[in-house]
Design a protein around this ligand. Sequence first.
Ligand SMILES: Cc1ncc(COP(=O)(O)O)c(C=O)c1O
Length: 362
Amino acid sequence: MQPRPEIAPLRPYEPGKPASALRRELGLEPVVKLASNEGPYGPFPAALEAIAAAAPGLNRYPEGAVELLEALGARHGLGPERIAAGNGADGVIANIALAYLRRGDEVLMGWPSFVSYRLSALKMGASLVAVPLRDGAYDLEAMAAAVTEQTRIAYVCSPNNPTGNIVAAADLTAFLDAVPERVLVVIDAAYHEYVTRPEHADAVAAHQHRPNVAVLRTFSKIYGLAGLRIGYAVAEPGVIAELGKVRGPFDVSELAHAAAMASLSDEDELARRREQNERDRERLAEGLRAHGLDPFPAAGNFLCAEFGDGAAMAARLEREGVIVRPLAGFGAPSCIRVTVGTPDENDAFLAALGRVQEVVST
Ligand SMILES: Cc1ncc(COP(=O)(O)O)c(C=O)c1O
């Protein structure tokens, strides 16, 4: 059996190493996992209650889709026809590729950046135009200059995974003004809720009127629902209709509907988590600097810095019971990305880093 030629050279996505695997391999306890940018605090209390209430009904196919789209639309002051939910923001990215990409099309993205843009493009036989970041941030001028007749989609990731840098609102507006309307610009705001910097725009509020813009958001990060898989896109009804044609039936589970809806009701918890993340990210950055490292100016719930040989450093930290993300697969082999965990987890990481550096320098 031959697969489509487009997928023959691809390798399956490799997620961050599970903590359970490290416990098994090394018999280590506790293991701290700061590798996948999940929020460290679990679902919101209201979401846990909603999950428990919905669980007895799981013999039925999901029914909460309409209500959720209405609630998400209301969150942005828009109608439900402007929202497409998916199996994580990743599911939406896959649907965007399926709906819009043909063999020979070009997908523009910054690099290093989120690997799903690349993989979803290559799976469709599209080719990737990767524009190097400038000082860790998307270089939108260079991206605008890289648009060709073949460009179908341009991704803008802000805060950018893995560096954490944001694009300034004015630069994003200038980019959108410069890009032809036949290019779908996908603004990935997976970490939006963490951002406190004033120069960062709410891309939905600022650009929802543009016909060629889709903004991605997710419940996987600050809402603590990564394991449930729910994210969404906000776009013009025409784009949303195309995404509806390619999505799988029932690709968002009933528990995900229920948990996402309930999460939207707790603005206080959202604000608490944002403030906690800000404090802990700053402490973590100070800790890295104290170890002679120079993290990028991050706005999300993770930090990224040059460590020399990222893979070797990640392997040493693993032997100390701390899982971080080496970034060779993201095009940054000298870097490591570390997620902001609980204060205890961050301390454990910094202590492990100190032990590893001591061994390396002696
Ligand atoms: C920039 C970015 N976009 C999208 C995603 C995928 O999020 P989800 O869990 O909603 O699929 C991630 C996950 O790490 C991400 O970093």
